[in-house]
Write a protein that binds this ligand. Structure first.
Ligand code: WT7
Length: 673
C-alpha cells in the first residue's frame, strides 16, 4: 500500500483538492508508540489467529478481561443460528463495571462527567461528576429500590429517560440484580412506548418528569401516562404488564402521580441501603432488549446476553478507542441507541475510563456546544456521527475555531457511511490533522464494533471502515453467497459467530432465523451493501433492505407506511429515501387518498403529526407527496426503485399539494415486473 504523510489543513476550503489525491493516512508515529498494538503486522497476525482458532482466542480474552464468579467450561456451543458463549460461567455486569475498581486508584476517578443542557436564560448547564465509588453506591441503592418493588432475575424493566446519570444508574442497577432492561429513546412516542411494553412484558417503567431539549421540556412522564392506557385492536390495554412507574425529578414540571403506581425516584431511595450484592448471572442470561427497525412489521426486540456482550463492548472500547487512564472520552450518542449502551456505559466503565455524558443538542444554545464541552473537560477522544459532522461543516469553521481543541487525540465516527468530505473536515478542522479517525461499522445486532481501523496501527482512507476487529470474519458475497472479487459490490455477511452477537429477537425465534440467517447460507446477513478494495478494506455502501438511515437513526419504511395508512384519509402509502446532504437520507412519503379526501398543505401537516404520534418525532418525514396512484408492477408490488428516482430527481416547485400522476411511470417501466 502506498502511503503519503498527510499535511494537516486548517480550513475546509482546500478539502476538495486534498480529496482528489486519494490519500492514505498512515497512523501518526507518536500515536503508534503508545498504542495497545504496535503494527499492522501485529494486527494481521493476531486477527489471523483469532479467526483460525476463535475458541482459543475468545476463551483467552474472556478469562483475561472479565471477572468471573464461576469460570466457564466451554467457550462456544454453536448450533446455527443459536450461539452459547462461555458456557457454565457466571459473572455480573455491574460488578465488572464498578466493583472491580473499588480498592484500586480508579475508585476515586471520575466514571461519568455529566453536563446538563444550558438553561434558556443563558445560564450554563448543571454539571455532575460521579466517581466509580459514587456510581457504585448509586447503582446499589437503585438496585435495592427495584428489589423492593419485587423486581428480580429475568424481569423486564423499561427505561424512558433523558440523558442524565440516572439513565446509566438504572441500566447498571438492572444488571446488578439480573433484570433485563429495555431502553426506549426519548424521541419515541407514547404509542411506541406502549408497543415495547407489550412486546417485552415489562413490569416496571423508569422515566423522568421531563427532559430538556433545545430549551423545551420533553414530557416523558406524560407520554408514559398515555402509553399505559392505550389499547390494542382487541380492546386490551397494551401496557397491562406494568405494575410500577419510578419517576426521576429532572425538570420540576407538574406531572400526574397515580396513587399506588407511581413512585418518585428520590423518595424511594430513602427506604434503601447502599449495600446490594451483585447477582451471579449465567453467561447466557439475557442482559437487555433494544428495539430496532427492520424491513417489515413492528420494530424487533434485539436480545443481548451477559458475558459475550460485555466482552465485545470491553475489548472493542479498549482497542478501537485505545482507552488509557488519563483519557476523557466522549461519545455523543443517546443511551436510547446501542451506541450509548456499548460506548457510553458498558465499554468505557468496564475499562475504568472517564466518560462524558451530555444531555442536550449540538446547536443549543449555540452551534459551538460540542467544542465548548471539549475545551471545558479537556476531552481527548470524541465519538460522534457523520450527520452531526456534516451539520458542523455547514454551520462553519468559526465555531470550532473559537475553542481550544488541542486535548483531542482520537476521533470516531459511527452510524452511517462517512462521506470523504466530512471525513477530511473532521480530520483537519476538528482533529488539527493530528488525530487518527476510527470509522466504526457495526449494528444494534452486533453489540459491538465489527469493522474499524485500530488507531496507531491501521492506515486509513476517507470513507472506509477499513478492516475487521479480532475474531470477526466479514465477507462481501453475491446472491449465491459466493465471495465476490475485490472491487465488486455485494452483500455484507459475517461468516462466524462472535461473542457479542444478538442471541435472538425477543419472543420471535422464527423471525430471527428468517431475517439474519436465511439470506446467505451459513452466514449472518447484515442488511448492508459493501465493496472490498485492493487492500481488503471494507467500504460500506448502506442498507440494501427497506431500512433507511436518516441522520444516523434507523427507520423502517414499513413502519411509516403502516402509520400512514392507519390515518382515516389515507388509502395507500409508500415510503422511500432520497439522498440528503445533511442527514444522509431524507424520508419521502408518497400517499394516495381515500375518495372524498382533498390533498392540502393542512393534510400534510396532519399526516406528519400523525406519524409523530404513532412512532415519535424522530420519524417525522421530510416530505409528503400526494399521488393519484402509486406505480405498481402487474403483480401489484409498489415500484420503490422508481419512487426513489422520483423522490431524488424531480425538483418540486409551485403548489406541491397537487396530485402527481405516477401511474404513467408505471406504464413506462412495466418491464420491471
Ligand atoms: C446500520 C446499523 C452501530 C451503531 C449505530 C447504528 C449503518 C453504522 C456505519 C459505518 C457505514 C454504518 C449500517 C448498519 N452503519 N455504522 N461506520 N459505516 N454504515 O446502529 O441503528 O443498528 O444501524 O447503520 O447501515 O447496518 P443501527
Amino acid at each position: 500500500m502506498s502511503s503519503k504523510p498527510a499535511k494537516p489543513s486548517a480550513t475546509s476550503k482546500n478539502i476538495s483538492s486534498l480529496l482528489q489525491e486519494k490519500r492514505v493516512f498512515p497512523p501518526p508515529s507518536e500515536f503508534s508508540a503508545r498504542a495497545h498494538l504496535k503494527s499492522m503486522a501485529g494486527y494481521r497476525k493476531l486477527w489471523k489467529e483469532s479467526v483460525t482458532r476463535p475458541e482459543s482466542f475468545w476463551g483467552k480474552q474472556a478469562r483475561q478481561e472479565l471477572q468471573w464468579q464461576r469460570p466457564f467450561k466451554k467457550v462456544l456451543q454453536w448450533k446455527e443460528p443459536f450461539a452459547r458463549w462461555f458456557v457454565g460461567g457466571q459473572l455480573n455486569v455491574s460488578a465488572n463495571c464498578l466493583d472491580r475498581w473499588l480498592g484500586t486508584a480508579t475508585a476515586n476517578k471520575a466514571a461519568l462527567i455529566w453536563e446538563g443542557e444550558p438553561a434558556t436564560d443563558g445560564k450554563p448547564g448543571e454539571e455532575r461528576v460521579l466517581t466509580y465509588a459514587q456510581l457504585h453506591r448509586e447503582v446499589c441503592r437503585f438496585a435495592n429500590v427495584l428489589k423492593r418493588q419485587g423486581i428480580g432475575r429475568g424481569d423486564r424493566v423499561l427505561l424512558y429517560l433523558p440523558m442524565i446519570p440516572e439513565a446509566a444508574i438504572a441500566m447498571l442497577a438492572c444488571t446488578r440484580i439480573g433484570a433485563v432492561h429495555s431502553v426506549v429513546f426519548g424521541g419515541f412516542s407514547a404509542q411506541s412506548v406502549a408497543d415495547r411494553i407489550q412486546d417485552s412484558g415489562a413490569r416496571l417503567v423508569v422515566t423522568a418528569d421531563g427532559g430538556y431539549r433545545r430549551g423545551a421540556v420533553v414530557p416523558l412522564k406524560k407520554n408514559v401516562d398515555e402509553a399505559l392506557v392505550l389499547q390494542g385492536p382487541d380492546g386490551e390495554r397494551l401496557a397491562k404488564s406494568v405494575e410500577k412507574v419510578v419517576v426521576v425529578r429532572r425538570c420540576g414540571n407538574e406531572v400526574h402521580m397515580a396513587e399506588g403506581r407511581d413512585l418518585w425516584w428520590h423518595r424511594e431511595l430513602e427506604y434503601v441501603t447502599p449495600v446490594c450484592p451483585a447477582a451471579r448471572m449465567d453467561s447466557e442470561a439475557p442482559l437487555f432488549i433494544l428495539y430496532t427497525s427492520g424491513s417489515t412489521g413492528k420494530p424487533k426486540g434485539i436480545l443481548h446476553s451477559t458475558a459475550g456482550y460485555l466482552l465485545g463492548a470491553k475489548l472493542t472500547s479498549k482497542y478501537v478507542f485505545d482507552l488509557r487512564d488519563e483519557d476523557v472520552y466522549w461519545c455523543t450518542a443517546d443511551v436510547g441507541w446501542v451506541t450509548g449502551h456499548s460506548y457510553i456505559v458498558y465499554g468505557p466503565l468496564a475499562n475504568g475510563a472517564t466518560a462524558v455524558m451530555y444531555e442536550g443538542a449540538p446547536n443549543w444554545p449555540e452551534a459551538d456546544r460540542f467544542w465548548r464541552i471539549i475545551e471545558k473537560y479537556r476531552v481527548s477522544i470524541l465519538y460522534t456521527a457523520p450527520t452531526a459532522i456534516r451539520a458542523f461543516m455547514k454551520w462553519g469553521d468559526e465555531w470550532p475555531k473559537k475553542h481550544d481543541l488541542s486535548s483531542l487525540r482520537l476521533l470516531g465516527s459511527v452510524g452511517e457511511p462517512i462521506n470523504p468530505e466530512a471525513w477530511m473536515w473532521y480530520h483537519s478542522v476538528i482533529g488539527g490533522g493530528r488525530c487518527p479517525i476510527v470509522d466504526t461499522w457495526w449494528q444494534t445486532e452486533t453489540g459491538s464494533i465489527m469493522i474499524s481501523p485500530l488507531p496507531g496501527v491501521t492506515p486509513t482512507k476517507p470513507g472506509t471502515a477499513t478492516l475487521p476487529f479480532f475474531g470477526i470474519l466479514p465477507e462481501v458475497v453475491d446472491d449465491q453467497g459466493r465471495r465476490v472479487p475485490k472491487g465488486s459490490g455485494g452483500k455484507l455477511v459475517v461468516r462466524k459467530p462472535w461473542p457479542s452477537m444478538l442471541r435472538g429477537i425477543w419472543g420471535d425465534p422464527k423471525r430471527f432465523k428468517e431475517v439474519y440467517w436465511s439470506e446467505v447460507k451459513g452466514s449472518y446477513f447484515t442488511g448492508d451493501g459493501c465493496r472490498c478494495d485492493e487492500d481488503g478494506y471494507f467500504w460500506i455502501v448502506g442498507r440494501i433492505d427497506d431500512v433507511l438511515n436518516v441522520a444516523g437513526h434507523r427507520i423502517g419504511t414499513a413502519e411509516i407506511e403502516s402509520a400512514l395508512v392507519s390515518h382515516p384519509s389515507v388509502a395507500e402509502a409508500a415510503v422511500v429515501g432520497r439522498p440528503d446532504e445533511l442527514k444522509g437520507q431524507a424520508l419521502v412519503c408518497f400517499v394516495t387518498l381515500k375518495s372524498g379526501q382533498k390533498a392540502s398543505a393542512d393534510l400534510k401537516n396532519t399526516l406528519r403529526n400523525h406519524i409523530g404520534k404513532e412512532i415519535g418525532p424522530v420519524a417525522k418525514p421530510d416530505e409528503i407527496r400526494f399521488a393519484e396512484a402509486l406505480p405498481k408492477t402487474r403483480s401489484g408490488k409498489i415500484m420503490r426503485r422508481l419512487l426513489k428516482q422520483v423522490a431524488s430527481g424531480v425538483e418540486i416547485r409551485g403548489d406541491t399539494t397537487t396530485l402527481e400522476d405516477l401511474s404513467v411511470l408505471a406504464k413506462l417501466s412495466a418491464a420491471e415486473d
